[in-house]
Every structure is written in C-alpha cells, then in structure tokens.
Design a protein around this ligand. Structure first.
Ligand code: S3P
Length: 172
C-alpha cells in the first residue's frame, strides 16, 4: 500500500494535473488538485481570487490547503506551479510524502499552454513563462525526490510516471 502522499510539482503546463488524475485512477488512489481545493473553498476561480483578493491571499490559501491535505489519507496531489516557492510548503511536502517533478521542456510548455485560467500568465503574457521557468527550475529540481521526464508526449509520460511511482513504492 502506498502510505504517503505523492506530490506532483512543476511548471504550469507541465502536465501535473492531467498525468496526476490519470495515475490516480490507474493505481486507485485519491486525486487532489490544490488549485481546485482552493476554488471549492473560495467559491470562485483562481483568476477571481487573484483579482478580488490579490496573489498573497492565494498563496496563503495554498499553504492552508497543503497543511490540511498533509493529514488526509495518502493521495496523488497535483500542486500549483508556484507552491514550491514558500519554504513552509516545501517542508510540508517533504514531511508528508514523496515529491515528483514533472519536467517538461520549456519549448513544449510554450507550445500549448493555455493562459486563460492562469492569472499570473494572463496578466503578463506568454513571455512570463520563461521568466518563471528560470526563477523556479532549480527549486523544483532541488526539492524533487524523483523527476519524470515529460518530453515524449502524454502516453509516454503516463507510462513512465506509473513506472516511476511503482519503483518508489515497490511494496505498493
Ligand atoms: C500558478 C500556477 C497555477 C495556479 C496559479 C499560480 C503559478 O497552477 O496555482 O495560477 O504561480 O505558477 P498550475 O501550475 O496548475 O497552472
């Protein structure tokens, strides 16, 4: 049995949510998306939270949600791309699960990322993506217990992620 959370970290558009949801179905675990959790609690979208209350309020909500999830039964947890930027969030993830970086090349992300549901990017445009990538990639890599190379398309990514998770929990 997988007895810890599996936190998926990585850039917006790296595939955390689509791969995480599918993986959870395949290995019969609960799937949690931190953005969705925040939106359910707030009763509005991420974009509306940014507009009405500002980015810091969203970041506080991220930490609160993560702290809540930490004490729930093991799940596949897809995190927002900025989750790793607070040390407290890093500590929660380290203490309560394994952390898998979904590593997708910047060019691929740029090729198909949707800006509409991503307020940080929508406001500043596509050129914000490389800037965020540069600011975050070392943090993602340093924090990750394992890295999924998601450069070969969805089906390869899915296959390799399942293999990776099974190797992390060989008794699972
Ligand atoms: C953010 C990424 C988003 C969401 C919010 C902020 C970021 O999640 O949490 O818009 O700072 O990179 P995704 O990574 O799922 O797009």
């Amino acid at each position: 049995m997988i007895d810890r959370h599996i936190f998926l970290i990585g850039m917006p558009g790296s595939g955390k949510s689509s791969l995480g949801k599918r993986l959870a179905g395949r290995i019969r675990m609960t799937y949690i998306d931190t953005d969705q959790r925040i939106c359910q609690a707030a009763g509005c979208t991420v974009t509306e939270i940014f507009e009405r209350y500002g980015e810091q309020a969203f970041r506080n909500a991220e930490t609160n949600v993560l702290a809540e999830i930490a004490y729930e039964p093991p799940a596949i947890v897809s995190t927002g791309g900025g989750m790793v930027m607070r040390e407290v969030n890093q500590a929660i993830m380290r203490n309560h699960g394994v952390i898998v970086l979904i590593d997708r090349p910047l060019e691929d992300i740029m090729g198909d990322i949707k800006l509409d549901r991503r307020p940080l990017l929508a406001r500043k445009g596509l050129e914000e993506v490389p800037r965020l990538y540069e600011a975050r990639i070392d943090v993602y890599r340093r924090l990750a217990d394992a890295v999924l190379d998601n450069s070969q398309g969805y089906y390869n990514g899915m296959y390799n992620l399942e293999k990776l998770v099974r190797s992390l929990f060989p008794w699972g």
